[in-house]
Design a protein around this ligand. Structure first.
Ligand code: ATP
Length: 278
């Protein structure tokens, strides 16, 4: 029988997304393992947010196959099973940290009967994100990093099976970054949470169990940090990434095909115009 942790929480085949008339994700195949931390890494604008939006079901014009927790992405049954934290913290500035959490907890688990459950959930997530000492501070008075931790706390309220975090460590000092990564590992190890975490900081790659390296809307490689380093003969994931970029560029120029909106044409395409035609 298949072990739960062997199953993919997210499985994409031929995932393609067009935004504003441009193909920003092109024929992506990847998987996100259950109960593990998968890092989604690549330069700004390569399509990380678009991929995450597709997984959580907020992205329009998604083509290909995208299964999330055993269902098609966007299925309404997935809503309560996924936590999504965007780059823009979704908190009310005129409420305190606790009021924000109380409010979202009441939306998630309404009714007087669930009061104690809500109280426990709010205390748990405040401790998770280390904001217990800031419970009575107005969200509008928090630093950027603190506000994004409130957003993360909101996402943790419902103990989601899949947590999708878009650049959660941006603007955090090294200590807070370390603490947040410790939390991610605790969530995976102790609660079996699956995490998909984007970053454009390559040193965060080493903290992930598994990596999806992206560039310009395509997946360059998908593997563990160790295997990526080993297979490219690199000392760091950053060096491995650069190696893969160079290899992809070399393949692209070797083909010498004129791209169709940036896509290298297949080598056997009969109608592919040649770069050196005069
Ligand atoms: N609403 C939109 N309409 C058209 N194009 C968009 C839209 N949003 C993003 N894009 C384009 O899609 C591509 C991928 O953007 P996306 O935000 O997914 O990248 P990213 O890797 O998350 O970047 P960052 O790390 O800067 O957040 C970019 O070229 C961007 O310009």
């Amino acid at each position: 029988m298949m072990n739960k942790s062997d199953a993919a929480a997210v499985q994409a085949r031929g995932l393609t997304v067009v935004r504003g008339g441009r193909t920003v994700l092109r024929d992506l195949d990847f998987s996100v393992r259950t109960g593990r931390i998968t890092g989604l890494l690549g330069p700004s604008g390569c399509g990380k947010t678009t991929l995450m939006r597709s997984v959580v079901g907020t992205q329009a014009r998604v083509e290909g196959t995208l299964r999330v927790l055993g269902r098609p992405a966007g299925d309404s049954a997935l809503r309560s099973r996924i936590g999504y934290v965007t780059q823009a913290p979704s908190v009310y500035d005129d409420l305190t940290v606790r009021q924000n959490l109380d409010y979202f907890a009441a939306v998630l688990t309404p009714g007087r009967a669930a009061r104690e459950e809500r109280r426990e959930a709010v205390a748990r997530v405040l401790a998770d994100v280390a904001l217990t000492s800031h419970t009575d501070v107005l969200a509008g008075r928090l630093s950027g990093g603190q506000r994004s931790r409130v957003s993360l706390a909101v996402a943790l309220l419902g103990t989601p099976e899949l947590l999708v975090l878009d650049e959660p460590t941006v603007g955090l000092d090294p200590v807070l970054r370390r603490d947040l990564w410790d939390l991610f590992h605790r969530l995976a190890a102790e609660r079996g949470t699956t995490l998909l975490v984007s970053s454009h900081v390559m040193d965060e790659a080493e903290r992930c169990h598994h990596l999806i390296l992206m560039r310009e809307g395509v997946v360059l490689a998908e593997d563990t940090p160790e295997e990526l380093r080993r297979s490219t003969g690199s000392e760091t994931v950053e060096a491995a990434f650069l190696h893969l970029v160079d290899a992809a560029d070399a393949r692209g120029s070797a083909r010498a095909d004129t791209p169709r909106d940036g896509l290298p044409a297949p080598a056997d395409a009969p109608d592919a115009p040649r770069k050196d035609t005069r």
